[in-house]
Design a binder for this molecule. Structure first.
Ligand SMILES: Cc1cc2nc3c(=O)[nH]c(=O)nc-3n(C[C@H](O)[C@H](O)[C@H](O)COP(=O)(O)OP(=O)(O)OC[C@H]3O[C@@H](n4cnc5c(N)ncnc54)[C@H](O)[C@@H]3O)c2cc1C
Length: 401
């Protein structure tokens, strides 16, 4: 192109507009969603089911945030009783509806918190005793009954487990890749990958190359606090959490994990267990005996992908500036702990990565209203897979009441 020459002008239709030298096609939808992580997809689903014309913008060629980096666990057992547990269970029901319609694989095989120490057993037994009265569906299993539910646990020293039938496992990479096609084909949702939303000034939503006219917009931008409404997000109290993760090779033959697994360290991690009087003693013993697990907030979760690999994790490092380098020490600690209870045929590690999510120190998730008809829905913390469809159903019901 010679100096002074502009880019070639596109032929303009009646509803296109010119923006600077570059003509930008003006397109229309009822609702724009920024972000195609699980929160964005869940909102697109809830809105499109109501007959709204939805467009989803994703800045990357495909979703690559927390939603494809997780265990794929829909984990109601981790939510505190009452409102959050009920939201998780509602979300679970919508998840299954979506997975069935989209013909995507999932395993509704529940979970086991396996316990090998007396103080862990005390918490698990206490929770099994009181939680049915709080709305949970779980039970204490002795060692024999635990092993009859899972062949993937080491029997030596096993005291028993907390069994919960409500946990569901999806393959996050497969699911997040397939859901946009399902939403497009079944519900007419438009996707624009490789389009970062740069500004929302209703009725206009603008990416680098597109301008859309919409009535409403929802921002599900995960841990990006800098692009859209940065003043609001920066002062909202949100921070980032980095988690290290590991994945094994596919297990040999058709070896199946069965229920998703975790153990004693997890009892100190999820808020649901804070109702247990036995919990402080367990916390204290872990802090004294193995402070390295507390230092990196490590616990041991195990899920299985559609290809048979085991996903193992995780750790938690807090702070806005995320260390781009993984710590070998953390991987070693996670493997050391998981090896105390997991009896899988092949624990050799094929992949290592980390994920980052947004978290608020007090709220389980945030809904902000930066402008009329705009919502920011963010920071479901470590429970975004679990809560996404429930939160989205509530947001859309509220916006379109
Ligand atoms: C390692 C790890 C393990 C986890 N395990 C579980 C689990 O097993 N169960 C569970 O319930 N939760 C789990 N979580 C939490 C869960 O993954 C997150 O809460 C959830 O994925 C957050 O979804 P999101 O859509 O808000 O964010 P993301 O998945 O990060 O998606 C945000 C998307 O928005 C896009 N975006 C940002 N800004 C813009 C813009 N301006 N325009 C266009 N696009 C934009 C980004 O590119 C990104 O794709 C885990 C998290 C991690 C990191």
């Amino acid at each position: 192109m010679r100096a002074g020459e502009g880019p070639p002008l596109l032929r303009r239709s009646h509803d296109s507009v010119t923006y600077g030298l570059y003509p930008k096609l003006m397109q229309r939808a009822d609702l724009a969603v920024a972000g195609s992580g699980i929160m964005g997809l869940a909102h697109a689903y809830a809105a499109a089911k109501q007959g709204l014309k939805v467009v989803v913008f994703e800045r990357s060629p495909r979703a690559s945030g927390a939603s494809v980096r997780n265990f794929g666990l829909i984990w109601p057992i981790g939510q505190p009783h009452g409102r959050m547990y009920e939201l998780a269970m509602r979300s679970r029901a919508i998840w299954i509806e979506v997975l069935e319609q989209a013909r995507l694989p999932y395993r509704a095989e529940g979970s086991l918190h396996a316990v090998y120490r007396d103080d862990e057993a005390a918490v698990a037994r206490e929770f099994a005793e009181i939680s049915p009265g709080l709305g949970f569906d779980c039970a204490w299993l002795d060692a024999d009954r635990t092993l009859s539910r899972s062949h993937a646990l080491k029997p030596a020293g096993l005291l028993g487990s907390l069994w919960s039938p409500t946990e569901v496992t999806v393959d996050p990479r497969l699911t997040l890749r397939a859901l946009p096609d399902f939403l497009h084909e079944r519900l007419g949702v438009e996707f624009r990958f490789g389009h970062a939303v740069r500004a929302i000034d209703l009725h206009i939503v603008e990416t680098g190359t597109d301008r859309w006219t919409v009535n409403q917009a929802i921002v599900c931008s995960g841990d990006d606090f800098e692009t859209l409404y940065p003043e609001l997000l920066r002062t909202s109290g949100l921070t980032r959490v980095k988690l290290q993760m590991l994945r094994t090779r596919p297990q040999p033959g058709k070896w199946r994990l069965g229920p998703a697994l975790c153990a004693g360290l997890t009892l100190r991690f999820y808020k649901s267990f804070q109702v247990c009087e036995a919990l402080p003693a367990l916390r204290e013993r872990i802090a004294n005996e193995t402070p390295e697990y507390d230092r990196w907030e490590i616990h041991g979760l195990v899920s299985q992908t559609a290809e048979g690999e085991l996903t193992l994790g995780d750790s938690h490092e807090y702070g806005e500036a995320v260390d781009i380098f993984n710590k070998e020490e953390i991987d070693c600690l996670m493997l050391r702990y998981i090896s105390t209870f997991l009896a899988a045929p092949d624990l050799s590690i094929a992949q290592r990565w980390h994920g980052v999510y947004a978290k608020h120190p007090e709220h389980p998730f945030l809904i902000l209203k930066p402008a009329p008809n705009v919502r920011i829905v963010t920071s479901p913390g470590g429970a975004g897979m679990t809560l996404s469809f429930g939160i989205a159903a509530e947001t859309i019901a509220d916006m379109y009441a």
